[in-house]
Design a protein around this ligand. Structure first.
Ligand code: DGL
Length: 285
């Protein structure tokens, strides 16, 4: 199965895009709602929480896990790939969302190599909006400097957007005030961006309000679709992993907190009731 992990229900936007692009496979989605939001937590805590979630997904039968959560991708992915997998799970894979998103932000094809830049955007400006943890890690900056070093990157933390989404506050004057609070500095600088990446799984749920504020000539990159497209490309390049995936079109959804709460909030947002199970993660030994 393909595991998809997020701190909260925002990751369902990535799951939906994956299932749309690759409907033939089996999926298990896990939201660590009991400990969300991750955004302002320390590096070590995000790493440990993410590893516990990844191990739960492995134990449920996932052979590849997509960290849909930008904060987890930025803070935990590299250590899990470099230390945990070789030592404990050499046949499993964990992928993140930062690298594929950066490729799209730079206008590059999937699997682009450092130095292969998109001529159209080579000297432009792009922006990424994310949690405090994602932006503080500079993960987007590090990856973009490798792939398209002459592109200028505006990085804007939006600490209250994910909590607003988790609380179901998707519109209204209060939410609009916070949309302006983080978008205005991005839009009012001397070189406004040509593209904006919503670098947090929760932010697509605020898209109607964001689109009203961002001028039409600025593209807003939908991360779920980008990740799904580039994951499909990754599977083509890794047939050994692709062959291990189940093809029953199954979907399981799990949360570490109350399934009824998760079903109510996510169902309201996604327009239909979802069946959710409770996941109990094992603490790291
Ligand atoms: N889902 C997280 C992400 O994509 C944001 C929410 C959180 O702070 O946990 O970064």
């Amino acid at each position: 199965m393909i595991g998809v992990f997020d701190s909260g229900f925002g990751g369902l936007t990535v799951l939906a895009a994956l299932r749309q692009r690759l409907p033939q496979y089996d999926y298990v989605f896990l939201a660590d709602s009991a400990r969300a939001p991750y955004g302002a937590r320390s590096f070590d805590v995000i790493h440990d929480f993410t590893l516990e979630a990844v191990e739960w997904l492995f134990n449920e039968g996932c052979t590849v896990v997509v960290l849909a959560c930008n904060t987890a991708s930025a803070r935990a992915l590299r250590t899990i790939q470099q230390n945990h997998l070789p030592a404990h799970r050499p046949d499993r894979r964990v992928l993140g969302v930062v690298r594929p998103s950066v490729e799209a932000l730079a206008g590059l094809p999937p699997g682009a190599l450092p130095g292969v830049s998109a001529p159209s955007l080579v000297e432009g400006t792009v922006a990424v909006l994310g949690t405090e943890g994602t932006i503080a890690s500079d993960s987007y900056g590090i990856e973009l400097r490798k792939l398209a070093p002459r592109l200028e990157l505006i990085q804007q933390p939006c600490p209250l957007w994910a909590p607003l989404v988790e609380a179901g506050e998707l519109d209204g004057p209060g939410t609009e005030w916070f949309l302006h609070r983080y978008l205005d500095p991005v839009l009012s600088g001397p070189r406004p961006p040509q593209r904006i990446l919503l670098g947090c799984t929760h932010y697509p749920l605020l898209l109607p309000g964001i689109r009203r504020i961002v001028p039409a000539e600025i593209a807003i990159i939908p991360q779920g679709e980008v990740v799904a497209e580039r994951f499909a490309d990754w599977l083509v390049r890794h047939p050994d992993q692709e062959q291990r995936l189940g093809r029953g079109r199954l979907q399981r959804l799990a949360t570490t907190d109350d399934p009824a709460w998760f079903a109510e909030h996510s169902g309201r947002i996604f327009g239909r009731p979802l069946q959710i199970e409770r996941a109990r993660l094992s603490p790291l030994g």
